[in-house]
Each structure stands twice: as structure tokens, then as C-alpha cells.
Design a protein around this ligand. Sequence first.
Ligand SMILES: [Zn+2]
Length: 227
Amino acid sequence: MSPDGIYGDETVAIVKDFQRKQGLGVDGIVGKNTMAALDTRFEWLSHRVRLHFISISLATVPFEESFSKAQKVYGQYGIDIQFGSGRSLLLTPAETAMFERIDQQCNWELTSGEYDKLHRLGPTVPAFEIKVYFVDKMRGVLGCGGHAPGRPAATVAKEAWRWDMGHEVGHVLLTKTFTPVHHPHQDNLMNAFPANNEVVKLLTDAQVRKIRTHPCCKRQYPVSPAY
Ligand SMILES: [Zn+2]
């Protein structure tokens, strides 16, 4: 159905159908028992990836939409994308000039040059948490998942597709050892040219399995529901 946020007749009918199949009282209302039955059907957020956002862009960056889209994609697979911290950097004029456009080619390992300099800016974050840099412009690309070993970071241009932050974080988590690097299907988050549409992007089972092995994707344990 097309989501409209309204708990209308269609929603009531579906809830009743679900209650009937679960052997619950059929009233179309999502109460305590129905909620518990729903909870058991969905995997809890068994893993988490914590991101730290650093903006060097002078303009407003599409942070909130990029973040919520990443949460939607990974959340489908029980991976909680968490907000670690966020800040804008106050750059010196020389740094501003250097980072106005990232000209360096994106590679898996970026141990020197503009990316390396950029990724050394901003806060020190806990080990196995990922820094995400929003920049104004990048030459030839809209994002890059490359970084120095042991310093996980992704870089995203402010005009990138709103799915792209999740895509670049996907590169960080999948690492260069996962193939194919880019998935051929447009609905997959790791497609090279993801359309900027409202359909929530997907990951394959193989991608999810690989992502869960990355040290930045940590297992977390459920908080008991407050019934
Ligand atoms: Zn890519």
C-alpha cells in the first residue's frame, strides 16, 4: 500500500487478519498482545554501526535525510545505524582552499593526499566507529568509501544521492574483499548509480553476512521491551 500515516480501514483490516492468524482477540487495535506478536516476527536490531558526522561544507548538507535513509536500509537487516556525534569544522582559509574540491582519486586505501588530510580532521572517535565527511565537491564521484587502514571513514559530496551515504558506508563495511563491489540491480544499495527514488534500497544476504563480520558492525543485545 502507499503509506499515508493514517490508521484507517485498510490498516484495521490487516491488523484484524494478523490477529486472527495469531489466535489473538480480533479487535483491529494494536494492544499489548498484538504488539508482542509483531515483535516476535521481526528481528531486533542485533547489530549496530555508529557514525560520526563531520561537515566541512559551507552550505547546508543533507545530513538528516542521508542518515534516515541509511537507517532504513540497514534496519531492514537488524543493523542499527547510530548517531555517534556531529560537528562542522571551522577550517583555516588554506584548508578551505585545499578541500574546496577533493581532486584525489578515490581508492580503497588512502594513506596520503587530500583524503588522508581530510580524514585526520575532526574529533577522535572510538575504535571501530566510522567517520563520515560531508564535503562540497569531489572530482568525478559523489562519494568515496576509501580510507587509511584502521581509520574507517567515508566521504560524501553534498550533492550526492541521498542513498549515497549508506552506500559509501557499505563500501567501508564490505571492504575491498567483497565482490561484486557494485551490485547490478538498481534497487540494491550497492548499485553504482542508485536512483534517488523513495523505494528503500536493499542488500543481499551475502552483503549482510559480510557486513556483519566487519569490526565496525558490532553485535548488540536486546533491551527487554517495556511491557
Ligand atoms: Zn560505490
